[in-house]
Design a protein around this ligand. Structure first.
Ligand code: KIV
Length: 310
């Protein structure tokens, strides 16, 4: 056996995910209990193993593999192009980085609109192939409510999403706040109640005036998680790339930025590129060694091989 240390990359099987050993895995009854106790529910998006590990280490309650992956990690300008197959790969990677948060997989555009049967089939794939605990769908009209009812009826926990629903942003007039007239706000309230009635275990309120949220949440029994919906909700969700500054530009006004990782990544890769160009990398500490006697023998072998070729 070689005396040289083996270079084995860390894998999910041999890497310890930093976590609080005392923390219980999140369940729907635990979530309802948090809401009852008035403890803020923390939700964040994740799209892969490292982002999921960060959510786990922070003790987040809910992790959403959002279809925002289309823009954050796949480089599209809208959420509609992301495919179910993409979401399954991303959600399975996030699953491998999680122990305790409830993992929710977003149903992408085109994977649930056609029929209740299509919605249940897609939800089953998210659970069985990616290991999601629950799924989320957008919209509160008759069709999404029917899909939510069918998924819940199949025994899969389902989360609703009202207000700004990016999959239908064109119909909503763009990426802008919703519910800014009394009638529109009342309609969001009616949609929230219909989704709750259909069996949703929780709801996302996105881009809704804070005062409207305040009026509506007291009428909803299930936990409401807000994004750009003010402080009155039971919890908050932000997109991983927005809160860590892994994007160009500032993003929507509701985003609070906790780091500037895109700048750090750019600076790190630029420093590496500069090191390679100026031959500062690799240094002596980055190279593997060989026994001098073995090296000498190699030279003899190579010289003999050179001679036999000429
Ligand atoms: O796709 C997503 O990231 C979402 C959140 C913004 C709630 O739906």
């Amino acid at each position: 056996m070689s005396s040289h240390p083996t270079h084995r990359p860390p894998t999910p099987a041999n890497v310890e995910i930093p976590h609080d050993p005392g923390r219980l895995p999140m369940t729907l009854p635990l979530l309802a209990e948090k809401q009852r106790l008035g403890e803020p529910i923390v939700m964040v998006t994740a799209y892969d193993y490292p982002s999921a590990r960060a959510a786990e280490a922070a003790g987040c309650d809910l992790v959403l593999v959002g279809d925002s992956a289309a823009t954050t990690v796949l480089g599209y300008t809208a959420t509609t192009p992301v495919r179910l197959e993409d979401m399954l790969v991303l959600a399975a990677a996030a699953r491998r980085g999680l122990r305790t948060p409830l993992l929710i997989g977003d149903l992408p555009f085109g994977s649930y609109e056609i029929s209740d049967e299509q919605a249940v089939t897609t939800a089953v794939r998210m659970v069985r192939e990616a290991g999601c605990d629950a799924v989320k769908l957008e919209g509160g009209g008759p069709a999404p409510v029917s899909r939510a009812r069918a998924i819940a009826g199949a025994g899969i926990p389902v989360m609703g999403h009202v207000g700004l629903t990016p999959q239908s942003s064109t119909a909503l007039g763009g990426w802008k706040a919703q519910g800014r007239t009394a009638r529109a706000a009342a309609q969001i309230g009616a949609q929230a109640l219909a989704l709750q009635d259909a069996g949703c275990f929780a709801l996302v309120f996105e881009a809704i005036p804070a005062a409207v949220t305040e009026e509506l949440v007291s009428r909803v029994e299930v936990p409401v998680i807000g994004i750009g919906a003010g402080p009155a909700t039971d919890g908050q969700v932000l997109v991983f790339h927005d809160l860590l500054g892994i994007r160009d530009g500032l993003g929507p006004r509701f985003v609070k930025r906790y780091a500037s990782l895109q700048q750090e990544m750019n600076a790190g890769v630029a420093a590496y590129a500069e090191d390679v160009r100026t031959r500062r990398y690799p240094g002596p500490e980055h190279v593997y060694k060989i026994d001098p006697a073995e090296l000498e023998e190699l030279r003899v072998l190579l010289t003999a091989a050179d001679r036999s070729c000429s």
